[in-house]
Design a binder for this molecule. Structure first.
Ligand code: AMP
Ligand code: MG
Length: 352
């Protein structure tokens, strides 16, 4: 299959762009797949109410079929149409954070096929904050099932080129809307339990949710990587976000971290390996390796979220065998950053 790529500027949806979105909407209505930008990462979209479309999504990504998809909607009335009831907590959270990087889990009704929910009676729903995504959802009939638009296991794509790399030839269309704003997947909160529970940390933090709901719990497996318990979001149990090379996170005081990384880099390079280092704006000049990249500025962790997956992909592009990364604060949005980084590293952490 030939994959058509169209370029759209989110801030200038002119007639040509509108025609492109109508074409993309038709593709999805007819059971095809389109990769598109959201504010979090690129999504791989199909008709959420069509079981055949969901099957195609799993096949294109190589995704295990017990890992449910997130359904994207463009308005609240459409949400009410696919769940048993809209809980009060969902109304409050939608008012505070939608459109935005928050996914809510509710009890599904019969309109949502089990192919979309990985066999579960619950469904994950989000309204993305991106004009291209919202118009595409409307043009597609209201419901787009969309996981991240990468091959399962690889870092999520934050630019269209990485969707092409993973999915070209396997899907009908890719909409290139430039680099996404946030760079990490949505926060997932389960509203079917007595106390709402965070199943995946993201840009919307625990304290932001607590401010709206009064109370919030967190799936322990997110915090404790060595927990024997199964994560409540089926997808969180899989190795994820992984670059092709080996990644180690180095934790400790800055001087010790820099010394350890430089020493280990020398050793690995002496063995003939290509080495990459993930530093920050303030530390990057202290390192020397084949490739040294800054993932952002510690003073504003949003910059780190924005660049993390892109940096991991760039190391793949440069055929890096071994990577060392600094560690980050585990609070606020740092919780989401460390969750992704730890998974990318397969929990390979060195404390110095
Ligand atoms: P992705 O779309 O690639 O960001 O992955 C979606 C994430 O949402 C995966 O970790 C899924 O396991 C999780 N998810 C989707 N639907 C549900 C659900 N009904 N219950 C629990 N987790 C879900
Ligand atoms: Mg994903």
């Amino acid at each position: 299959m030939e994959t058509k790529v169209i370029v759209i500027d989110e801030n200038d949806i002119d007639e040509t762009a509108q025609a492109g979105l109508e074409e993309a909407g038709r593709i999805i209505k007819e059971g095809g797949l389109v990769a598109f930008p959201t504010e979090t990462v690129y999504g791989l979209g199909g008709d959420a109410l069509n079981p055949e479309s969901s099957k195609k999504i799993y096949a294109a990504k190589g995704r295990p079929s017990d890992n449910p998809l997130i359904v994207h909607v463009a308005n609240m009335e459409d949400l009410a149409d696919i769940v048993k009831e809209v809980p009060e907590s969902a109304k409050k959270l939608a008012k505070a954070f939608w459109p935005g990087p928050l996914t809510m889990i509710m009890n599904k009704n019969e309109k949502v096929p089990y192919e979309t929910t990985g066999g579960l009676d619950t469904v994950a729903i989000r309204m993305p904050n991106n004009k291209i995504a919202l118009e595409l959802i409307r043009q597609s009939g209201g419901y787009i099932a969309a996981p991240s638009a990468n091959t399962s296991g690889r870092p999520s794509p934050t630019i269209a080129r990485y969707c092409e790399e993973d999915l070209s030839g396997k899907i009908e269309m890719i909409i290139d809307g430039g680099q996404v704003g946030i760079g990490l997947e949505s926060t997932i909160v389960d509203l079917t339990s007595d106390v709402p529970m965070i199943l995946r940390p993201g840009y919307i933090t625990a304290s932001m949710l607590k401010d709206v709901l009064g109370e919030i719990s967190i799936d322990r497996t997110i915090i404790d990587g060595s927990s024997a318990e199964k994560p409540k979001a089926p997808g969180m149990k899989y190795r994820h976000y992984a670059p092709k090379g080996q990644l180690m996170i180095v934790q400790g005081q800055q001087d010790n971290v820099v010394d350890y990384i430089n020493k280990s880099t020398k050793e690995a390079m002496a063995e003939g390996k290509r080495v990459g280092i993930i530093g920050t704006d303030a530390t990057m000049k202290l390192y020397s390796a084949d490739v040294v990249k800054s993932v952002g500025n510690r003073e504003d962790e949003r910059t780190i979220a924005h660049e993390l997956f892109k940096v991991l992909r760039e190391f793949d592009d440069e055929n890096i065998d071994v990577m060392f990364s600094e560690s980050f604060d585990d609070s606020g949005i740092g919780q989401a950053i460390m969750n992704r980084l730890l998974k990318a590293a397969g929990h390979n952490v060195k404390v110095v």
